[in-house]
Design a protein around this ligand. Structure first.
Ligand code: ATP
Ligand code: MG
Length: 453
């Protein structure tokens, strides 16, 4: 078990805690179910090569956790006592990345195996590299022993090591017990660990949803208290974390949990506000459908694009803004452009959305009013737009949730299926219902409130 030994530079988010471990529990090969057959060939190559060169080499983190659960790991991370420079000497196909804490990436074609040197507890990240008077960077106390490395990890179930030397699992923190109990427990003092890195709250929710685990009670309480710290996490870091939240195959569960723990409003404040207004009337929201759609696509091995996901997460406030602008007399096409730009400008204060995603996201939103234009050559032209397919999928979701006309969505489905003359017939002599000033995005029909809803 972990014992708190010393607590230094307390105060604010810089609190650090030093822990030491008793003897770890070693689970021999005969008593666990991790088989080399389930470890990727490349990861095994790296593990063996390190071992053959006299280093310690372990599989660690999610890889070990998932293998013990009988799940297929997303990736295989390796921890070693070899320094990054030593790792590079062992592998020709190796690149070192990172400045403060260097990691070795061993490349096998497109597959990359990440090798991290055991991390020490002595220093915070900020201090990992210091200048020594001559302008040279010195590394001090950055690397450590395996038990220190274990103590820096987030959850007990993520601090298990699979040792290639004897195929045993090393457990410093009762991780196996928690794994069997289906429980997420932070290492060390939860408050300190969440303050140190508030992203761990999102990780807790993500693992709980993905693995069907419960978050330990103390951790849970601190999530409710400390959620606001997410506002201090750099916006650029949150972009990736949010993608991991919703692209892990359990987006519906995750979405519900992130809202349950009241973390969603710190990530998407405008969406939260829009949802809070509607919730009672619309139990099945557009966002939830979009999340369900994402999970379904992933389970069918279909691609899911980050721009579609963000477009869905930000649609409710965009739509409301769009309606407002139209109500003020704006034409729907410039109104959607304005609405998208307003919502995005507010959102990037919280989460950076790189241009390569925000541009197609807005293009897709901007196409929504153009679906209304079904007369003449316009529908044909829309079909050739590079964003047509995504925008059409988006329209379907809108129609399913009752916000867009289902007749419109069906028309577009038929229109794509028809060829040549039939398409022409569909677009002949229609009243152009799109650009019209009077046309508004449909407000969803209000369902009468039920007793339990
Ligand atoms: P996934 O299945 O999503 O890959 P994972 O547990 O492997 O889950 P990673 O983000 O790949 O998650 O991180 C690998 C390991 O690094 C974790 O298992 C954990 O031990 C450690 N780790 C990652 N992020 C943190 C963090 N914010 N604080 C402490 N330890 C972390
Ligand atoms: Mg991982």
């Amino acid at each position: 078990m972990w014992k708190k030994v010393k607590n230094y530079f307390t105060g604010g988010s810089r609190s650090k805690i030093v822990v030491t471990a008793d003897e770890p529990r070693i689970i021999p090969r005969s008593e666990h179910q991790i088989s080399r057959a389930n470890i990727s060939e490349n990861a095994l190559k790296v593990l063996y090569r390190l071992k053959d060169n006299g280093y310690q080499a372990h599989l660690v983190g999610g890889g070990v956790r998932d293998l013990l659960l009988g799940r297929e790991p997303k990736d295989f991370d390796i921890a070693t006592d070899a320094t990054p420079e030593e790792v590079r000497r062992v592998f020709r196909n190796c690149r070192l990345i990172g400045r403060r804490f260097r990691l070795a990436h061993v490349h096998f074609g497109r597959d990359i195996i990440e090798v991290a040197t055991f991390r020490g507890l002595g220093d915070g990240e900020e201090q990992a590299t210091r200048e020594n008077g001559n302008g040279m960077l010195v590394r001090d106390n950055v690397y450590g022993a395996i038990e220190e490395d274990a103590a820096r990890r987030d959850f007990t179930v993520n601090a298990l090591y699979y040792n290639i030397a004897d195929f045993s699992v090393i457990d410093y923190a009762d991780g196996v017990r928690d794994l069997e109990a289906g429980r997420l427990r932070l290492l060390g003092d939860p408050e300190v660990r969440f303050r140190e890195d508030p992203v761990r709250m999102l990780r807790a929710v993500r693992f709980a949803a993905k693995l069907g685990f419960v978050i330990d009670e103390t951790c849970e309480r601190h999530i409710f208290e400390l959620g606001h710290l997410l506002r201090e996490v750099p916006a650029a870091r949150l972009f990736d974390e949010v993608l991991k939240l919703f692209m892990g195959g359990a987006a519906v569960e995750t979405f519900e949990k992130v809202r349950h723990y009241d973390l969603f409003r710190h990530l998407f404040p405008e969406t939260e506000e829009a949802l809070a207004h509607e919730e009672h009337d619309f139990p099945i929201t557009f966002v939830l459908r979009a999340m369900g759609n994402t999970d379904k696509r992933l389970s069918e091995d279909k691609p899911v694009t980050p721009f579609f996901l963000y477009a869905a997460l930000l649609w409710e406030p965009t739509r409301l803004r769009w309606e407002e602008l139209i109500a003020d007399g704006e034409h729907p096409i410039p109104a959607i452009q304005q609405a998208g730009s307003d919502v995005l400008a507010n959102q990037v204060k919280h989460i950076t959305i790189p241009k390569r995603f925000s541009i197609p996201m807005r293009e897709m939103w901007n196409l929504q009013p153009r679906f209304e234009q079904r007369n003449g050559k316009r529908p044909q032209q829309l079909l050739t737009h590079p964003r047509f397919r995504a925008a059409y999928d988006f329209l379907l979701l809108r129609a399913e949730s009752g916000e867009a006309d289902s007749e419109l969505a069906e028309w577009w489905t038929r229109f794509q299926g028809n060829q040549g003359g039939d398409q022409e017939q569909m677009t002949q002599g229609r009243r152009d219902d799109g650009g019209g000033r009077s046309r508004r995005p449909r407000r969803r029909r209000r369902k009468p409130k039920t007793q339990d809803g």
